[in-house]
Design a protein around this ligand. Structure first.
Ligand SMILES: Cc1ncc(COP(=O)(O)O)c(C=O)c1O
Length: 380
């Protein structure tokens, strides 16, 4: 098996319980939630409800019906951004965002909203004071990623949430790189909208994700249609979560996601975080000892996510990634990682970086093998 170091794209492998849950939902349950009143239909409904409850427990969400399943973090972010911003509204974001945030914002801008992009420093860090200074009377949304998918830089979310609450501006957090690996409590952190994928740190399958919408926030759905219930109404129901869940849900995916979240709850998020930190430290220290390497992101003593990005003097990141795969069976990501703004911020545009992202199942031995391989490649 190759050494897989691209968990920031999709986590792999998954816990055994995730494979079993997907297989069970597909093979034994088969039916769809909220549709048939027969017993297996109700079992499907229970699976989806259970997943909602487990996610609510993990993120400090008091009412699990405020959480709508989506096919990805991207869909959740589109739903939140398109729903919150009307022509004439102002939104604040950063220069470290993934295209899943920056493109929906660009679209909103073309439709008449105005966007302020606050520059982050060369390590990708946003100074909350700059955010405070960018807020205006017409600011309707603050949107940012908790942790950069390029540099692993973690923003001061609790402080930003406090600022958002104080100024009465809803905060939308892209938790693509932290959901399942760092503690997030929407209530304590002042988060109004939380978007996350199911297939990364939450250890579920691809094709899953969710958006949490705080009580009191009204936004229109992106997609309308059949919701299973309320069938007599000509218009989309107001009730959560049906309002945002038109069409048949991905029950096998959500069953797997539920198993992934239960694995996280039983392992403990602090244990997962500790392991991620230890692997990242191993990588940063090891790469830091190699000749000609430039590391990006937070200084070693600062808080960070598990992602480590670097370049090698005089070498093309894409070619290095190709060599790692073809000659050494090591899978890393190279290039811009769907975040061109972030690379302009850290000075690696347009070639990008080599990004290494271990996951829960990565071992120290695998990191050692990667480091000694890099040593060998650089020597030649
Ligand atoms: C920071 C960030 N935001 C959003 C996304 C989009 O996630 P998804 O592909 O599940 O829609 C990613 C995925 O790489 C990401 O890293």
């Amino acid at each position: 098996m190759p050494i897989y170091l691209d968990n920031a794209a999709t986590s792999h492998p998954k816990p055994e319980s995730v494979y079993r849950a997907v297989d069970h939902a597909l093979r034994e349950i088969g039916t769809s939630p909220g549709r048939g009143g027969y017993r297996r239909g109700l079992d499907a409904t229970r699976i989806v409800f259970g997943a909602r409850e487990s996610l609510a427990e993990l993120f400090g969400i008091k009412d699990s019906s405020r959480l709508a399943f989506t096919s990805s973090a991207t869909e959740a972010l589109n739903l939140a951004i398109a729903g919150m911003l009307r022509p004439g509204d102002h939104a604040v974001t950063t220069t470290m965002e993934h295209n899943s945030v920056s493109r929906p914002l660009r679209l909103a801008e073309k439709r008449g909203s105005s966007i302020t992009r606050i520059p982050c420093d060369r390590s990708g860090f946003l100074n909350p004071r700059d955010l405070a200074a960018a807020l205006r009377a017409d600011t309707r949304l603050i949107v940012l990623s908790h942790c950069s998918n390029v540099t692993g830089t973690v923003q001061l979310l609790a402080e930003i949430g406090h600022l958002a609450t104080k100024s009465g501006v809803p905060l939308l957090v892209d938790a693509a790189q932290t959901a399942g690996v760092m503690p997030i409590d929407v209530t304590a952190m002042g988060i109004s909208l939380l978007a996350a994928p199911g297939h990364k740190g939450l250890l579920g399958p691809q094709g899953t994700g969710f958006l949490y919408i705080a009580e009191g926030l009204e936004l229109p759905p992106l997609v309308v249609g059949g919701t299973g219930g309320h069938s007599s109404g000509e218009e989309q129901p107001e009730e959560m979560p049906d309002r945002f869940e038109s069409g048949t849900l991905n029950t096998p995916g959500i069953a797997g996601l539920r198993a992934g979240v239960e694995f996280i709850l039983s392992t403990g998020i602090e244990t997962i975080r500790k392991k991620e930190m230890s692997l990242a430290r191993h990588l940063v220290e090891g790469l830091g000892r190699l000749r000609g390497i430039t590391l990006y992101g937070p200084a070693p003593e600062k808080e960070r996510g598990g992602i480590v990005s670097f370049t090698v003097e005089g070498r093309d990141p894409a070619m290095l990634g190709f060599t790692l795969d073809q000659e050494y069976d090591i899978e890393v990501r190279t290039g811009l990682h769907c975040a061109p703004w972030a690379h302009r911020t850290i000075g690696t545009y347009p070639a990008g970086t080599i990004r290494v992202s271990p996951g829960w199942f990565t071992t120290d031995q695998e990191i050692e093998t990667f480091l000694s391989t890099m040593h060998e490649i650089i020597k030649t």
